[in-house]
Write a protein that binds this ligand. Structure first.
Ligand SMILES: [Zn+2]
Length: 326
């Protein structure tokens, strides 16, 4: 039986159950946390563990049994923190390697040659997290997170995409690509992945749900990838509203695309990127229970069947891990 590594160890893919494919338990600046904890943790670390635990428990209480945490390098991954939360909540948490940057590269990487891709520092970082584990935690990453935004596919960004592609092709570990769908750049990212030997069925084109251009979304799916309608609750100006996102999904499900769509919030359950409470003030719906409480009822109201919902929440997320090599 194929399994996927989680924080608590291997879990059969068939037992993952309802899964949110793109969330973050924490996103912190590591150097702030180390040297200025009073400026980072907004109170004792134990309190932050409590706050995040409450949110993960609320998700679990609604029947979600797996979270794919897309927190990568530069997001301040903290496996001790994640494990502490997971010790208190009976849920599967899958963690990520990758790097959250659009163009800037750490100097350790920038000053070392990038060719051949097998020897690239980035490739070695990603493969190390997948095969050995993240740091000394023993927790293996089972997802690679990359990010392309308004800057487009710069030379540095392409280097990251190619390293991710190599690591994915070597291990079968899926990729989640943060995209800026307004620029319609997803197909070019897919080309780079395909060129690197990636099975596009294991690629989530993240944040595609921000966009309502059905032709663009169909093209990404026809090329093989899963589209992430993965920012439910974060209705940024200029991106699709809740109603528009629900409408798009209902239309695409009618057309038979439920096997190519995954759902999530891209929630950040604790972040030191802004003052405490600021995100909640601006985006009160951006909580990891929004899909369970609001989106699923809205989808059903709009005629999306339970079978389609099961596909988007269970079958599609599980399929991302189908190519994992032991
Ligand atoms: Zn994210």
């Amino acid at each position: 039986m194929p399994t996927v590594e989680t924080v608590r160890g291997p879990v059969p893919i068939t037992e993952l159950g309802p899964t949110l494919v793109h969330e973050h338990l924490i996103s912190i600046s590591t150097e702030f946390a180390k040297f200025y904890p009073e400026l980072s943790w907004a109170g004792p670390r134990e309190d932050v563990v409590d706050r995040v635990t409450a949110q993960v428990q609320a998700v679990r209480d609604r029947g979600i049994t797996t979270i794919l945490d897309c927190t990568a390098f530069f997001h301040g991954r903290d496996m001790d923190f994640v494990r502490e939360v997971n010790d208190r909540v009976d849920i599967n948490i899958i963690v990520s390697t990758g790097i959250y940057t659009f163009d800037f590269l750490p100097y350790h990487v920038a000053h070392r040659p990038s060719s051949p891709v097998a020897d690239d520092m980035l490739t070695r970082m990603f493969l190390r997290d997948i095969t050995v584990g993240i740091g000394d935690s023993g927790i293996k990453a089972q997802s690679i997170k990359v990010a392309t935004d308004v800057e487009g596919i710069t030379a540095n960004n392409e280097r990251i995409l190619r390293a991710a592609a190599f690591a994915s092709a070597e291990t079968g570990v899926p990729i989640t690509a943060h995209t800026h769908p307004a620029d319609g750049i997803g197909t070019r990212i897919q080309e780079i992945f395909r060129d690197g030997g990636v099975d596009l069925r294991t690629v989530v084109m993240g944040h595609s749900g921000d966009k309502t251009d059905l032709d663009y979304l169909r093209t990404l799916m026809d090329n093989g990838s899963v589209i992430g309608s993965d920012r439910f609750g974060l209705y940024l100006p200029g991106t699709a509203t809740l109603e528009e996102r629900v409408d798009v999904i209902a239309t695409l499900c009618d057309e038979g695309y439920a096997d190519r769509i995954a759902l999530s919030h891209d929630s950040v359950m604790f972040s030191d990127w802004g003052p405490p409470g600021r995100a909640a003030q601006y985006f009160p719906t951006w909580v990891p229970t929004h899909i369970s409480d609001v989106v699923l009822p809205a989808l059903r109201e709009r005629g999306v069947t339970d079978k389609n919902i099961e596909s988007m929440l269970v079958t599609v997320p599980a399929s991302l891990f189908a190519g994992l090599m032991a």
